[in-house]
Design a protein around this ligand. Sequence first.
Ligand SMILES: [Zn+2]
Length: 153
Amino acid sequence: MSISKFKVLFTEFIPEKLDDGIFYVSMECATASHKCACGCGNEVVTPFSPTDWKLIYDGETITLTPSIGNWSYPCRSHYLIQKNTVVWAGTMSLKAIESGRNRDKARKAIHYGNANHTTPSQDDIKVNSQPQNTFSNSDGLLNTILRFLGFKK
Ligand SMILES: [Zn+2]
């Protein structure tokens, strides 16, 4: 049975056995656990960190960002938890999952200061850096031509 709404339980430690429909939050361990919303019974752990998940608690309900993608489980569920409510997201293609994983790796690398060891995926190169590159390239080319023609030193 799939879950449409979670009950939130703040707890010091995440219990070993999770109940259906309960979203366990441990601030002490900076992590949360719940059973997959599709009802498959798999446990989903969502640690909180600047590069993992973020929890928004409004005093009554929780919202978790980003979405939860259970790619390693057979159900491959993909959903968001917004104000305790499960919002189903579309299934992602393998390519999208891969690029998401690469992005995640790149983000972690940047966060932990070893960005040089990771090549960001194409998706990470934001559009706004491209016009600049084009500009400086053509600018360089123009200067080269001007220099060649003797207009510029
Ligand atoms: Zn599932």
